[in-house]
Design a protein around this ligand. Structure first.
Ligand SMILES: Cc1cc2nc3c(=O)[nH]c(=O)nc-3n(C[C@H](O)[C@H](O)[C@H](O)COP(=O)(O)OP(=O)(O)OC[C@H]3O[C@@H](n4cnc5c(N)ncnc54)[C@H](O)[C@@H]3O)c2cc1C
Length: 408
């Protein structure tokens, strides 16, 4: 039997691509091959088990700004299928979603199983076959038909959607066929720091810090979280994505500078002088210069030996030291840790070799790519799934038109 479409990889991009194709071609013969015993396993664990399915961003240009890799290429695709389209599709399929304050979108059930059930029900409805425990080893094209080789058995198909995520053996297979693979390195991780200021304060967060990676142009703003191992939170995760390759090259040993309040030194100095004038007798430890978690404020005072000082008695040197630690607090980073809610790979199929109007390989006809197998990745917040939905949607539109058109 010759299938109309074989999807290699039963993850987010593969399932959505298969369903989108089936919606357009109800009679198409579609097969999903998944090498493990479980489909959609990353969807299951995503977003801490809640599945941050997309982001409340409805402007294609703004959307691309969240993608360190793939931003230019995704602009056209996002005009065709964006976050609102995905939320709409889910709603049409009885999955209600909600946008949280930080823009992340989740199913209202707060359970990733809702998304998995929706995809699996659609597969049954459209009679999409799913075979588990079948790893694809090789692909070859002859007389306009693709042969998909696996250890057990070979399959034949008119079109292939390759959506194997970040799987080194598949990249190797594509490289041997002539595709260029950008070397994979991790993205979305937290920074390991052993420093007396933050060591006793795990769990403390500040709402809007600025973090710079010294010696580079990378800096970002946002909430910052102190953990048992160092620093995390959106500001750190964004930096880890934008600087993924550079930090890998530095073997994750580098220095950062934190401005805890994202405030200028001048503004803090003015505020401090005002407090000295109006409330000079107050102890620093009881009256904070800045709106800050109290434990962090006192941790900084302890470091500077200012716990028992009042504002009036601060020397110029002490004022300079306090402002420096608030605005230019330096930390040596020694390694990284996995951010358990979301991590991705920077690297993959070179986007120059893919037509982003169709997601077809520029080297091989009727071979399409979607999802993390491409050198496309985003910061945290639902953007990585949206890249999977958008690229598989675009591929499905093209695959559908080819299946319909008998001349292919
Ligand atoms: C812990 C964690 C949490 C995450 N949370 C979020 C989140 O909340 N929001 C978000 O936007 N992103 C999140 N991500 C990222 C997101 O999961 C990925 O970007 C997304 O799953 C990519 O989809 P994909 O279909 O391209 O790849 P995958 O989901 O990785 O699917 C690829 C599939 O292909 C199969 N496969 C591989 N090789 C073969 C082969 N040779 N033959 C057959 N099958 C094969 C794999 O077994 C896998 O099932 C998270 C990632 C992780 C690790």
């Amino acid at each position: 039997m010759i299938y109309d479409l074989i999807v290699v990889g039963g993850g987010a991009a593969g399932f959505f691509g298969a369903i989108q194709t089936a919606e357009r071609n109800p009679s198409a013969k579609i097969l999903i091959l998944e090498k493990s015993q479980k489909v959609l396993s990353k969807v299951k664990i995503s977003g801490g088990g809640r599945c941050n399915v997309t982001h409340g961003c409805f402007d294609p240009k703004e959307m691309t700004s969240y993608y360190p890799r793939g931003n230019k290429e995704l602009r056209g695709p996002f005009h065709r299928f964006l976050c609102g389209d995905m939320m709409g599709w889910l709603e049409d399929n009885d999955v209600e979603t909600k946008i949280e304050d930080d823009g992340r979108v989740f199913p209202t059930t707060d359970s990733s199983q809702t998304i998995i059930d929706c995809f699996q029900e659609n597969c049954s409805k459209h009679q999409i076959e799913v075979k588990l425990g079948i790893g694809v080893n090789a692909l070859s094209l002859e007389n306009d038909i693709w042969t998909i080789q696996t250890k057990e058995v070979n399959f034949q198909t008119k079109t292939v959607l390759l959506s194997t995520g970040s799987t080194p053996s598949v990249w190797k297979m594509l490289e041997e066929k002539g595709h260029r693979i950008i070397p994979p390195v991790p993205s979305l991780f937290t920074f390991n720091i052993n420093h007396p200021i933050i060591k006793p304060l795990p769990g403390i967060s500040v709402p809007n810090a600025n973090v710079k990676i010294l010696g580079t142009q990378f800096e970002d703003n946002g909430p910052l979280l102190i953990t048992h191992w160092g620093l995390s939170g959106p500001a750190i995760l964004k930096l880890s994505a934008w600087a993924a390759r550079e930090l890998h090259d530095k073997d994750y040993k580098f220095e950062i500078e934190v401005n805890w309040l994202n405030e200028s030194e001048e503004k803090l100095r003015d505020d401090l002088i005002a407090i000295r004038k109006n409330s000079g007798s107050r102890l620093l430890r009881n009256f904070q210069l800045v709106y800050f978690p109290k434990r962090l404020w006192q941790g900084i005072l302890e470091q500077l030996d200012l716990m028992d000082k009042n504002y009036a008695d601060l020397t110029k040197k002490e004022i300079d030291g306090l402002i420096a630690i608030l605005c230019k607090c330096k930390f040596q980073v020694n390694g990284k840790s996995t951010f358990k809610d979301e991590f991705v790979t920077c690297g993959g199929i070179d986007t120059k070799e893919v037509n982003f109007k169709t997601m077809e390989s520029k080297l091989f006809p009727k071979l399409f790519f979607a999802g993390e197998v491409l050198n496309v990745d985003a910061v945290t917040g639902g953007f990585n799934f949206q890249a999977a939905w958008t690229t598989s949607f675009i591929a499905a539109e093209e695959i559908s038109s080819r299946i319909t058109n008998k001349n292919m």
